[in-house]
Design a protein around this ligand. Structure first.
Ligand SMILES: NC(=O)c1ccc[n+]([C@@H]2O[C@H](COP(=O)([O-])OP(=O)(O)OC[C@H]3O[C@@H](n4cnc5c(N)ncnc54)[C@H](OP(=O)(O)O)[C@@H]3O)[C@@H](O)[C@H]2O)c1
Length: 314
C-alpha cells in the first residue's frame, strides 16, 4: 500500500476500526477515510454508492458490523441478520464497482460449527451446525465470506476474509450487560478494589479455556494480510495460546491490584470448554502476535481508567 493510497476504514470508531486508524496513522498513511455512522450509514445503499463514487478508496477494511453478545443476538435476531447483510453487501459491491484494489472482510470465530475440532482450522467452515445463540450473526458473516469468494471468482476482485479470535484492548465495551468476558472482569475487579470488597464472584467454574488477542496486534495482522495475502480462502488470526478463565481472572486481579479472594459461581453456565483458533496458516506466512496478555490487559486497564476520568465509560 502506498502511503498516499485512499484507505477506507468502515467502522472506524469501533474497537477494531480505531486500532486500525492508530496503526495506519503511525505507519504514515495520509489518506485514511473514516466517516462516522451519522455521516455514512452503511445500510443505506445509495449513500454507500455515492461515497465510493466520490472517494474511490484504493483499499477497504470492513470493520463495521452490528456486533453484540448472546443477549443482544437472542433479543434482536432480525436486526443482526439484516444489518450485517446490508452493510457488507453494500460495501463489497460498491468497492468492486468503484475499482477498489483490495478489500479485507472481517468474520469471527463464531462462523465455525459448534462442535468443530479444536484448535479451529479454516477447513472447518460449513462442516456442521452453528451455535444456535448467535446463528443470525454467523450466517450473515458466512454470507460475507461467500460474497467475497464469489466476487473473486466472477470478477477477479481481490477480497480477502479474515477470522479474528476474541479481541480486547483500548476502546473495548465495558458495559456489564453487553461486554465480553475480559472487559467485564476488568470492570468487576476494579469496582471491587474501589469499594474494598473482600471477594469477586466470577461466573462459571473458571475452567473453560479461551484465547484473547490484543486489538493492536489484529490491526498489525490486517495490514500484513492486506500486503501479503491474496487468496479468497479464509484465514484465522489469533494469539495462538489459550488460558483458563481462572488464569485470566488472577491475571486481571494482579493488574488491577485487587487483593481479595476470587470465588466461582458454578450455577452459571460455562459455555464451550475450549475456543482456540489454529493459526498455522498465518504463522507460515511469517506473522505472529506480539503483545503478551499481561501487557495488553495493563494497556486496556489504563485506557479504562483514563476514559472513566473523561466520563466516556459508565
Ligand atoms: N470484538 C471482538 O472480540 C471480535 C472478535 C472477532 C471478530 N470481530 C469482528 O470485527 C469487526 C469489528 O468488531 P468490533 O469489535 O470493532 O465492533 P464494534 O466496536 O461494535 O465496532 C463496530 C463499528 O461498526 C459501526 N457500524 C455498525 N453499524 C453501522 C452502520 N449501519 N453504518 C456505519 N457504521 C456502522 C459502529 O458504529 P458506531 O460506533 O456508530 O456504533 C462501530 O464503529 C466485526 O466484523 C466483528 O465481527 C470482533
Amino acid at each position: 500500500m502506498n502511503k498516499d493510497a485512499g484507505i477506507f476504514v468502515a467502522g472506524a470508531r469501533g474497537l477494531v476500526g480505531s486500532a486500525l486508524g492508530r496503526t495506519l496513522a503511525a505507519r504514515g498513511f495520509t489518506r485514511i477515510l473514516s466517516p462516522s455512522r451519522s455521516a455514512l450509514d452503511l445500510r443505506d445503499r445509495s449513500a454507500v454508492d455515492r461515497f465510493f463514487a466520490t472517494e474511490r478508496p484504493d483499499y477497504v477494511f470492513m470493520a463495521a458490523a452490528k456486533v453484540g453478545g448472546i443477549i443482544a443476538n437472542d433479543s434482536y435476531p432480525a436486526d443482526f441478520i439484516r444489518d450485517n447483510l446490508e452493510i457488507q453487501t453494500n460495501v463489497i459491491d460498491a468497492a468492486y464497482r468503484a475499482g477498489t484494489r483490495k478489500l479485507c472482510f472481517l468474520g469471527s470465530s463464531c462462523i465455525y460449527p459448534r462442535l468443530a475440532a479444536q484448535p479451529l482450522q479454516e477447513s472447518s467452515l460449513l462442516t456442521g451446525p452453528l451455535e444456535p445463540t448467535n446463528q443470525w450473526y454467523a450466517v450473515a458473516k458466512i454470507a460475507g465470506i461467500k460474497m467475497c469468494q464469489a466476487y473473486a471468482l466472477q470478477h477477479g476482485f481481490n477480497a480477502i476474509s479474515v477470522m479474528p479470535t476474541n479481541l480486547y484492548g483500548p476502546g473495548d465495551n465495558f458495559d456489564l450487560q453487553t461486554s465480553h468476558v475480559l472487559p467485564a472482569l476488568l470492570r468487576k475487579f476494579h469496582t471491587a478494589k474501589e469499594s474494598g470488597a473482600s471477594d469477586v464472584v466470577v461466573w462459571g467454574s473458571g475452567t473453560p479455556r479461551r484465547e484473547f488477542l490484543y486489538v493492536d496486534d489484529l490491526a498489525d495482522a490486517l495490514c500484513f494480510l492486506m500486503e501479503h495475502y491474496d487468496s479468497p480462502e479464509i484465514i484465522n488470526v489469533g494469539w495462538g495460546h489459550d488460558v483458563t478463565i481462572a488464569e485470566l481472572a488472577s491475571l486481571i486481579a494482579e493488574v488491577v491490584g485487587f487483593r481479595g479472594a476470587i470465588a466461582y459461581d458454578r450455577s452459571k453456565p460455562d459455555g464451550t470448554p475450549r475456543k482456540l483458533l489454529d493459526v498455522g496458516k498465518i504463522s507460515a506466512l511469517g506473522w505472529r502476535a506480539r503483545t503478551p496478555l499481561v501487557d495488553g490487559v495493563r494497556a486496556t486497564y489504563e485506557w479504562y481508567l483514563a476514559s472513566m476520568k473523561q466520563g466516556r465509560t459508565a
